[in-house]
Ligand binder design. Structure first.
Ligand code: NOJ
Length: 562
């Protein structure tokens, strides 16, 4: 058992734009975060992951960086950031920064130079190609709709952008570019940060020929397709991450988590294997795709518990003893966990606590997304004009043009849109949820009068206090972190149950995933003399026989068995 502080940590993700505004401009900022450090300390988290705070024209809310070594004006200054780091460290918490190096902003000085001329020393920092027959160099589509190429009239060539046209992809095949990135990372690490979350890190290496997807090129109308086979886990990705590890990461005691689109557990092991000298853990997307149909993200389908179980079991088993899992149920790119996997209308408290139990009792490092700990939910704005996310706005235009009905598109946005997770943090029942004294950049969810942190702190039975208790349990019981995982009663249609085992000790976790009671018989293979209830989201009689139970709607229980 290879013990590490980052395995034992609970991470809290902050989306700064929506966390806390301190100056009334309607945009969250660093001083706002500083004013909430006591709240984070009370919750008990160990690490903060701060989404991008660097200079940016905000085409994609900071994931388009124009200067990697300075702070976005709306968020404050480098001095504010130093104060934040010191404030976290003084309270025993760590800070990991977002590293967005698959692409920069088109307003980055490198790109301004690069686009000037094919002879620019910076030309090769990006991926430029001549067009083909008056079209883009290939038929790849962007993640944010439309082609992955933008024509630049100045030099008559196209540049590649897997995301928005204001996010040109960096050319990792250029050693000078790689060195600039390593220098920048070292600069931040020398300021004392504790690690990085790496944005779409498994997309940085592209097949150099940039081939077309499929072969529909001859026929008249141009269509664009997902070119993942040519850039997901691309040909040199491991070489580059190993180089980054050698040049930078290995020199510090830090944590690293890579965002990895479309990875299988076998591929993940190549990034996080303990003998690989790459990263420590990944965010994979399998769970985030359980409610997508063949048409992709916006083709919304109900999830199945059997899929959820098999995804977790597969990852728990595949990485066990080899690498490490990250655990998350939502983030700034996803709908709210409670609305997606729980019942935010009839059983908000029970289902949020049940999901929290899942998050903290599997093997891996849990990531809590701001607001999750108070039961924040998805939002429904009446008009597309109330939405701000570039992915939503581009998709809306594309689907309207393709003839989809307004209502159908809005319904997909209500279920899957990224702005669900981006409405301002609900601090209190004051106007604008106590997030700002001005007009928030994205409207607050109208349910803030009932769902807010002030109310949660005052209620000993709140979701917040349940999270706090789970975090304490993880800190005081090694088995939560290091215990082996084994699923129980795999075929059960309503209950997800599993055992964690460490030496003589066992942890029994039982989760009813539905809003109706569930009969549950403990399989005979579970043998124990004593049982202690560690946490539950309903009142439980200590003498109750747990061999045969009726679990209440969304009931969650965790027992220690000996
Ligand atoms: C993943 C980030 O989490 C998302 O917010 C962003 O739009 C894309 N990567 C592009 O950077």
């Amino acid at each position: 058992m290879n013990k590490q502080w980052w395995k034992e940590s609970v991470v809290y993700q902050i989306y700064p734009r929506s966390f806390q505004d301190s100056n009334g401009d309607g945009i969250g900022d660093l001083q706002g975060i500083i004013s909430r450090l006591d709240y984070l300390e009370l919750l008990g988290i160990n690490v903060v992951w701060l989404c991008p705070v660097y200079q940016s024209p905000n085409d994609d809310n900071g994931y388009d960086i124009s200067n990697y070594q300075n702070i976005m004006n709306e968020f404050g200054t480098l001095a504010d950031w130093e104060e934040l780091l010191a404030g976290l460290h003084a309270r025993g918490m760590k800070l990991i920064m977002d590293l967005v190096v698959n692409h920069s902003s088109d307003e980055h000085a490198w790109f301004a130079e690069s686009r000037k001329s094919p002879d620019s020393p910076y030309r090769d920092y990006y991926i430029w190609r001549a067009g083909k027959d008056g079209h883009e160099p290939n038929n790849w589509g962007s993640f944010f709709s439309g082609p992955a190429w933008e024509y630049d009239a100045q030099t008559g060539e196209y540049f590649l952008h897997l995301f928005s046209r204001k996010q040109p992809d960096l050319n990792w095949d250029n050693p000078k570019l790689r060195q600039e990135i390593y220098d920048m990372m070292t600069w931040w690490l020398d300021k004392g940060i504790d690690g990085f979350r790496m944005d779409v890190i498994n997309l940085i290496s592209k097949v150099p020929e940039l081939p077309n997807v499929g072969k529909d090129q001859e026929d008249g109308e141009r269509t664009y397709h997902f070119g993942g086979e040519y850039f997901v886990n691309g040909p040199r990705v491991h070489e580059y991450i190993q180089e980054m590890n050698r040049e930078v990461l290995s020199k510090y005691d830090i944590m690293t988590v890579g965002e990895a689109i479309g990875v299988t557990p076998e591929e993940a092991a190549l990034y996080v294997g303990e003998d690989r000298n790459e990263l420590q853990m990944l965010f994979h997307f399998e769970l985030m795709e359980v409610d997508s149909g063949p048409g992709g993200k916006w083709d919304v389908q109900p999830w199945k518990l059997a899929d959820i179980k098999s995804i977790f079991s597969k990852w728990q088993t595949a990485l066990h003893g080899k690498g490490w899992n990250s655990l998350y149920l939502n983030n700034h790119d996803q709908p709210r966990m409670l609305s997606r996997f729980g019942d935010d209308k009839h059983y908000p408290k029970e289902s949020a606590k049940m999901l929290a139990t899942l998050l903290h009792t599997l093997q891996g490092t849990p990531y809590i997304y701001q607001g999750e700990e108070i039961g924040m939910t998805n939002v429904k704005f009446d008009s597309i004009n109330d939405y701000k996310d570039i992915e939503i706005l581009n998709m809306y235009k594309e689907y309207r043009a393709a003839g989809y009905a307004e209502e159908e598109i809005m319904n997909s946005i209500y279920v899957k849109g990224r702005d669900n997770g981006r409405t301002p943090m609900q601090w209190s029942a004051e106007p604008q949820a106590g997030f700002t004294t001005g007009t928030p950049w994205l409207a607050v969810n109208p349910n803030y009068t009932e769902i807010n942190a002030e109310q949660a702190l005052a209620d000993p039975d709140s979701i917040f206090h349940y999270y706090k208790k789970l975090i304490e349990l993880r800190k005081s019981h090694d088995i939560f972190v290091y215990g082996d995982y084994a699923i129980l009663a795999e075929e059960h249609e309503q209950v997800y149950a599993y055992l964690r085992t460490l030496g003589e000790e066992q942890l029994l976790v039982m989760l009813n995933f539905f809003g109706r009671p569930a009969a549950f018989e403990l399989p005979a293979c579970v043998i124990f003399k004593e049982k202690t209830l560690l946490i539950a989201n309903y009142g439980v009689q200590p003498e109750e026989d747990i061999r045969s139970l009726s679990l209440r709607p969304y009931e969650a229980r965790v027992y220690r068995l000996r």
